[in-house]
Design a protein around this ligand. Structure first.
Ligand code: PGA
Length: 255
């Protein structure tokens, strides 16, 4: 079993086209013009900057993707973006079920499941984000909440699809707050997720699933997080907006 770590930038609703190009170029410069060996690097800009970022990143080995989509190929869905539109831009991945989508925009597990399935249908790898709120953790419910998000989010998928899936464990209380789960707490949840996958889809499949950690990942904590056996990458918000910081995160040192 070898899981290639996936370090992904989630730029959220930040950056004009010019700013996005500048950050992508800055990152590339700091990485010596190419994605480093032994890790996958992905940038998810806002929709408006995907084209421009693609031009900067084409043929560098660094991938680009989207932060959201609507799970229909086309139609009367004003303001939405479809999976084939993203595939057409060369996107490889799409983030689905981010906690901001769940909690600000009211997305439920059923819609998120439709998005996961639509991503696979149109050749995109979904990054399914799951994670508990602070009140759940304080009540000892974090595993139950994550288990429900997984069970409903992955409904109807084959083991073959699950094998290619990316899961991002992002405790809501750690997103954008500067609070990170301790490496031990994060590892415990990642191991729980992998055990859950193993029970449902078999150990071989579970061992192939990339499980990223997200929530205030920074240059000064990425090495300790990535040292955990079941943490296979990072989904980075705030620190990914800065080329210096994100380059350092991409260049994490695993023991
Ligand atoms: P953060 O965001 O790194 O700013 O905490 C992570 C995320 O929301 O994906």
């Amino acid at each position: 079993m070898t899981r290639t770590p996936l370090i992904a930038a989630n730029w959220k609703m930040h950056k004009t086209v010019a700013e996005a190009v500048q950050t992508a170029r800055g990152l590339l410069e700091r990485l010596g013009g190419r994605a480093p060996d032994g890790r996958t690097v992905l940038i998810c800009p806002p929709f408006t900057a995907i084209m421009a970022v693609r031009e900067v990143l084409a043929d560098t080995g660094i991938l680009w993707g989207a932060q959201n989509m609507y799970p229909r190929p086309k139609g009367a869905f004003t303001g939405e973006i479809s999976p084939p539109m993203l595939a057409d831009l060369g996107c490889t991945h799409v983030i689905v079920g981010h906690s901001e989508r769940r909690h600000i925009f009211g997305e439920g597990n059923q819609l998120i499941n439709e998005k996961v399935r639509a991503a696979f249908e149109f050749g995109l790898v979904p990054i399914l984000a799951v994670g508990e709120k602070l009140e759940h953790r304080q009540a000892g419910l974090e595993e139950a909440v994550v288990e429900e998000q997984l069970a409903k989010g992955l409904m109807g998928l084959s083991a073959e699809q699950v094998r290619r899936l990316v899961i991002a464990y992002e405790p809501v209380w750690a997103i954008g707050t500067g609070e990170t789960a301790s490496p031990d707490d994060a590892q415990a949840m990642h191991a729980f997720i992998r055990r859950w996958l193993s029970a449902r889809y078999g150990e071989e499949t579970a061992q192939e699933v990339i499980i990223q950690y997200g929530g205030s990942v920074k240059p000064n904590n990425v090495d300790d997080l990535m040292a955990q056996p079941d943490i296979d990458g990072a989904l980075v918000g705030g620190a990914s907006l800065d080329a210096d910081q994100f380059a350092r995160i991409v260049q994490f040192q695993a023991p």
